[in-house]
Design a protein around this ligand. Structure first.
Ligand SMILES: [Zn+2]
Length: 310
């Protein structure tokens, strides 16, 4: 598999890269399918995304105007979930962590129905893929209220990890402790979106305050050698999404993407899609983009690929 991966990179051959086992562990499930797949299923044509979005708000606006009108509500979400598993099959993703919001679970009819739906998509599309469902909360949410409702989502043991997403610097990290304490009761892996727009110190503070195991994004940790050392020493993994960072303007380009500095400083990183339906770059292509930009060499990318499979 190593040689096929090297060949795929050297020859710019997406097909070869598709067949190599990979992981995707920063994946927002409702935006986890390919645009082309959704076009086939809905009979609609969707506009291509712009090269750059005007930050998170611009991205959300584009999604709401371009995609959502044709696949919203219960049926639309279920269709997009199915597409996310279809992509895992197509791209030989042998380890997949996807996040789901409590509101989405409610929308489809509660935990039992949700679990059956998701398990059936998993079994139908990629039964050999290690699947790790993640429950995610929006940083703006009513934390006490949500923490009080967590048992109904966690008691079945379906979820493996917790995440908070949807913008940084909204509330102090301590405010989220009720969610993370509850997650600890259920032995979930603890993650948070931080260091995408926030600083290196924010990354360290979030890890220390919430006892995080992994960080989604975390790229701005590259601004501090001290914080990178802290992450490396404590084996805190950063789940990096290059195209997301470039298209949202949080990284200047692929060539100078912070993943290189993080890697060189011994920080454990993985490469992921974030929102494939929006950024339109599937996982094999993310590796290829970094290779062709000279950001990381084939051996380094292969080591990162293997990091994700553990
Ligand atoms: Zn994300």
């Amino acid at each position: 598999m190593n040689s096929l991966f090297y060949e795929g990179l050297a020859e710019g051959d997406n097909k070869k890269l598709l067949s190599v086992p990979k992981s995707d562990i920063h994946n927002h499930s409702t935006k986890g399918c390919r645009r082309k797949w959704l076009e086939e299923k809905t009979g609609q044509r969707f506009a291509e995304p712009p090269e750059r979005f005007d930050g998170l708000a611009g991205m959300q606006e584009w999604f709401t105007e371009t995609i959502k009108p044709y696949c919203s509500g219960r049926e639309g979400i279920i269709l997009r979930w199915e597409g996310a598993f279809a992509e895992a099959r197509r791209n030989n993703i042998t380890r997949l962590a996807m996040n789901f919001g409590a509101a989405e679970i409610d929308l489809v009819g509660g935990m039992d129905i949700f679990e059956n739906l998701i398990s059936s998509f998993h079994q139908k599309n990629c039964p050999n893929t290690v699947f790790e469902p993640e429950i995610t909360y929006i940083s703006l949410c009513d934390i006490e209220l949500e923490a009080g409702k967590m048992d109904q989502y966690l008691s079945s043991g379906f979820f493996r990890s917790i995440d908070v997403c949807g913008g940084e610097g909204i509330k102090p990290f301590e405010t989220y402790l009720p969610l993370y304490r509850k997650a600890e009761d259920y032995h979930l892996v603890k993650k948070m979106h931080v260091g995408e727009t926030g600083s290196a110190d924010d990354v360290r503070r979030a890890v220390e305050v919430l006892n995080l195991d992994e960080v989604h994004h975390g790229i701005n940790a590259s601004g501090s050698e001290e914080v990178m050392r802290f992450l490396a020493d404590n084996r805190i993994q950063l789940n990096v999404c290059p195209s997301s960072n470039v298209m949202l303007g949080y990284a200047s380009d692929y060539k100078d993407h912070p993943i290189r500095l993080l890697y060189e400083n011994g920080v454990r990183v993985t490469i992921n899609t974030d929102d494939l339906l929006i950024f339109d770059s599937s996982i094999e292509n993310e590796y290829l983009l970094l290779y062709q930009s000279g950001t990381l060499n084939a051996e380094q990318l292969n080591e990162i690929r293997k990091n994700g499979l553990l």
